[in-house]
Design a protein around this ligand. Structure first.
Ligand code: SF4
Length: 353
């Protein structure tokens, strides 16, 4: 198990739930625009937000941002340790740096002292673009090279007494990322922030991220995740949550199983499933519902769900509740399922927000 640490109020590692991160793409100097984006991402389910601190003016804006942000703020710093110190003093809950470019021994000593004084964690991030040249020559562009490079950075911090370290090793290549994260997992017990970097636009990036992040999570690797997509960060958050649900790490929702439909399909499975999903999306209680198109495979799946419908003739089917047939139903099948799901949710303690 990885070490437990905290990014503001969000626990990372030590068996804590895997948390969802994203990054703003507004100009950090525009505190209001950045805060508006953070609030929106928080509503979607983002738990930790990273913000680029690229100048003294941006660090100044972080004072306002950290004060009003509903999420702990991580400052992303490159090349200037004074910006990292400024971001920590401005209230950031963590900084993401590359210790090797923090101004040599002087910069690293001052930054380490600041991290320890504020008791805040630091993330060491290495990707294909920031690989040490000698490691690149020794191992080629491989996961091992990424992991070794990250561990060098980690050791730099350790020699300065810093212990709260989160590691991220990312590549845009899925295999390389998995190799690197597995190697880190073998070498140390620091929490890992995982993701596929520069995964692309939403169409392809979602799939690459789901495979890469999902594979790692299923291996028990990853304490916090970010889906990196070009453009609006909103889909990063929704995709991250979908990944956590798909691998079974988040169960606080209505999971809907629906069949792919075929020549036997008797009801409009797709539209029923979509209506049920939309109507129940705010329920934060684990419930399993099934929408199946016929009585061949339908009863089996429906019996395994808390509630399900197996279609028959158009607009009719058999309703199953807790694995038992509740009789034939006809008419608005989506409405019948939605009503049944809410009944189960209230029985299980759901309270409408
Ligand atoms: S459940 Fe029935 S309708 Fe749906 S895909 Fe299977 S056989 Fe076809």
């Amino acid at each position: 198990m990885t070490r437990l640490m905290h990014i503001g109020s969000v626990p990372i590692g030590g068996g804590s739930p895997v948390s969802v991160q994203s990054m703003t793409n507004t100009d950090t100097c525009d505190a209001e625009a950045t805060l508006a984006q953070i609030r929106h991402l928080a509503l979607l389910g983002c738990q930790v937000i990273r913000v680029s601190a690229y100048s003294l003016k941006a660090v100044e804006a972080l004072r306002t941002i950290t004060k009003e942000s509903p999420l702990p703020v991580v400052a992303d710093i490159h090349f200037d340790y004074r910006l990292a110190i400024g971001a920590l003093e401005a209230g950031c809950a963590k900084v993401r740096v590359n210790p090797g470019n923090m101004g040599g021994e002087k910069g690293l000593t001052e930054l380490s002292a600041c991290l320890k004084a504020h008791k805040k964690p630091v993330r060491v991030g290495v990707n294909g673009g920031s690989l040490d040249k000698d490691l690149l020559e020794k191992y080629g562009l491989t996961g091992k090279a990424l992991a070794e490079s990250a561990m060098r950075e980690v050791r730099l911090l350790e020699t300065h007494g810093v212990e709260d370290i989160v590691i991220s090793v990312k590549a845009s290549d899925i295999r390389r990322t998995i190799d690197a994260c597995e190697e880190i997992d073998r070498l140390c017990d620091y929490p890992q922030h995982i993701g596929i970097t520069e995964a692309g636009t939403i169409e392809t990036g979602r799939i690459k991220s789901a495979i890469g992040i999902g594979s790692l999570l299923l291996r028990g690797i990853g304490d916090t995740i970010r889906v990196s997509l070009s453009g609006d960060p909103s889909p990063e958050v929704t995709t991250a949550i979908d990944i956590l649900r798909a691998v079974g790490l988040r169960k606080d929702y209505v999971e809907i199983t629906s069949c792919p439909t075929c020549g036997r399909t008797g009801i409009d499975v797709e539209s029923i499933a979509k209506k049920v999903r939309e109507a129940t999306k705010d329920i934060n209680i684990p419930i399993h519902a099934a929408v199946m198109g016929c009585v061949v495979n339908g009863p089996g799946e429906s019996k395994g769900a808390d509630i399900g419908i197996a279609g028959g003739a158009p607009d009719s089917g058999v309703l199953f509740v807790n694995g038992e047939s509740a009789g034939r139903v006809k008419g608005d099948l989506a409405g019948i399922l939605i009503e049944g799901i809410f009944k189960i949710a209230y029985e299980r303690g759901y309270k409408k927000q």
